[in-house]
Design a protein around this ligand. Structure first.
Ligand SMILES: [Zn+2]
Length: 252
């Protein structure tokens, strides 16, 4: 079980994982026979030593608060999650700058929000499916006209109130949404000006086939916005703290 610990004096945190106790094996060249010497590494002990005499507390990670800027499988990335000590909420930045570095955790007094940075249609996929599914094939001009209509919808639609399709995306900041009924009516009404007779019927069927989980889903891209709070008033500094550090904190 992972345990998240905060030093209240330093605002530093430590994520205690079952791996912190695992020994590290190194080859000892001074020995004539090839033997391995085990060295007990314990990052948690280091943390406790560095924060001796300080007040430590456990933080509880808030469920479903994880958000990340890159795909789940990407090892070098920055993620954020929220945690609480029961009274205050904190934002934790979890990151790694190089692939061979351990994960770092940083406590931020603040919060994050997700801001929609843009809504796009799946142009390439729509075009490909129209060509594949419609027979006789549509002319390129008509495909372009259909795409233009979809673009207009993406530009004018409000993301709030749209139905989200969570399983479609492997990227945490890309979310797919269904076009709502009102905009589907707009799409089909305008299609009547482009397509006639059998061709219109085929396009109408295409729209119905693809509106719920197909190529007509809109793709919204989100950005993580951080809001930092002013840190709470400085706590009393314990007498054991070096004087120099007290001066630095006092100046701020
Ligand atoms: Zn400390």
């Amino acid at each position: 079980m992972n345990q998240l610990i905060r030093c209240k004096n330093c605002d530093e945190i430590f994520m205690k994982t079952p791996f912190d106790q695992s020994p590290e094996y190194t080859f000892d060249s001074r020995r004539s026979t090839e033997t391995f010497r085990s060295i007990e590494t314990d990052d948690y002990q280091d943390f406790l030593t560095n924060h001796r005499g300080h007040q430590l507390e456990n933080l509880e990670v808030l469920e479903d608060s994880f958000v990340s800027e890159k795909t789940y499988a990407e090892p070098v990335k920055t993620s954020f999650f929220k945690a609480t000590n029961g009274k205050e909420k904190f934002l934790i930045k979890k990151f790694r700058e190089k692939i061979d570095e351990p994960l770092k955790y940083l406590l931020i007094h603040g919060d994050y929000s997700l801001k929609c940075a843009g809504i796009k249609i799946q142009s390439k996929e729509i075009s490909k499916q129209l060509k594949r599914e419609l027979s006789p094939p549509l002319s390129q001009d008509k495909i372009d006209a259909f795409l233009k209509l979809c673009h207009t919808i993406a530009e004018n639609i409000e993301i709030e109130g749209l139905e989200r399709i969570p399983e479609e995306s492997s990227h945490p900041l890309e979310i797919y949404y269904k076009i709502d009924d009102l905009h589907l009516v707009y799409l089909l009404r305008n299609c009547r000006n482009i397509f006639k007779g059998q061709e219109y019927s085929a396009v109408e069927e295409f729209v119905h086939r693809h509106k719920d989980d197909g190529v007509l889903l809109l793709k919204a891209t989100y950005q993580i916005r951080l809001t930092e709070r002013v840190k709470p008033a400085k706590r009393a500094i314990p007498a054991s703290m070096p004087l120099k550090k007290v001066e630095i904190i006092g100046k701020k």
